[in-house]
Design a protein around this ligand. Structure first.
Ligand SMILES: Nc1nc2c(ncn2[C@@H]2O[C@H](COP(=O)(O)OP(=O)(O)OP(=O)(O)O)[C@@H](O)[C@H]2O)c(=O)[nH]1
Ligand SMILES: [Mg+2]
Length: 200
């Protein structure tokens, strides 16, 4: 099924916490280490090829980008969390920006936390999941780039991530932005959070 969205536009790109837009519509934010496919997943979710910019160079997304979707909700593309191969000073700046955004009182209905399924989870992944859990916001986990693993290896990899991250099986989604696998189910799930009636 094609993505059910008509009008998508970049509402704002911000580089510092002072520039955060006044909260308005419900928000869904895509979070993860550099190069896992945050921007690609946003494009797949929105059914657009190039709305969020994608690159094979880690550390590509340099701002918090707010995309407005049909005047109903905002999708937020974040820089690679803390761990990009960028100078430490810039890395700290991004981290501060991301953390200020995520901990501020905004209608963030859902965090989509993305990992690269091919990798072995490491300490930085653990730090990231602990941070997200401590935020006490709704989140789900996406294991992306499944096209890079043989299908026979998917269940084992999924179980490994699930155990290490300490999340329920229902909260894990397997996707390939390249092949479009798993995108529709993920879209349905995201919308069920973002379009829920209450504005908390
Ligand atoms: N094979 C494969 N490649 C993917 C997939 N998703 C993303 N990529 C590739 O991974 C690279 C990084 O994708 P991005 O979407 O820019 O990743 P990002 O997490 O936004 O990266 P930063 O903005 O640098 O933090 C690009 O070369 C994408 O084409 C996927 O599902 N499968
Ligand atoms: Mg990006």
């Amino acid at each position: 099924m094609k993505a059910p969205f008509k009008e998508i536009s970049l509402q704002k790109s911000i580089f510092a916490p002072e520039e955060l837009p006044v909260p308005s519509l419900p928000e869904v934010a895509f979070l993860g280490r550099s190069n896992v496919g945050k921007s690609s997943l946003i494009n797949a979710f929105l059914g657009r090829k190039k709305i969020a910019r994608v690159s094979s160079t880690p550390g590509f997304t340099k701002a918090l980008n707010f995309f407005r979707v049909d005047h109903r909700f905002l999708v937020v593309d974040l820089p690679g969390y803390g761990f990009a191969k960028v100078p430490p000073k810039l890395r700290r700046k991004w981290r501060h920006l991301i953390e200020t955004y995520l901990s501020s009182p905004r209608p963030i209905k859902l965090l989509v936390l993305i990992f690269d399924i091919r990798r072995e989870p490491d300490e930085l992944d653990l730090a990231l999941i602990e941070y997200v859990k401590a935020l006490k916001r709704n989140f789900l986990v996406v294991l992306n780039k499944i096209d890079c693993l043989k299908k026979a290896h998917w269940p084992k990899a999924q179980k490994r991530w699930q155990e290490v991250l300490g999340v329920e099986e229902e909260a894990i989604f397997l996707t390939s932005c390249k092949k479009g696998f798993g995108i529709e189910g993920l879209r349905r799930k995201i919308l069920s959070f973002v379009l829920a009636k209450d504005m908390t």
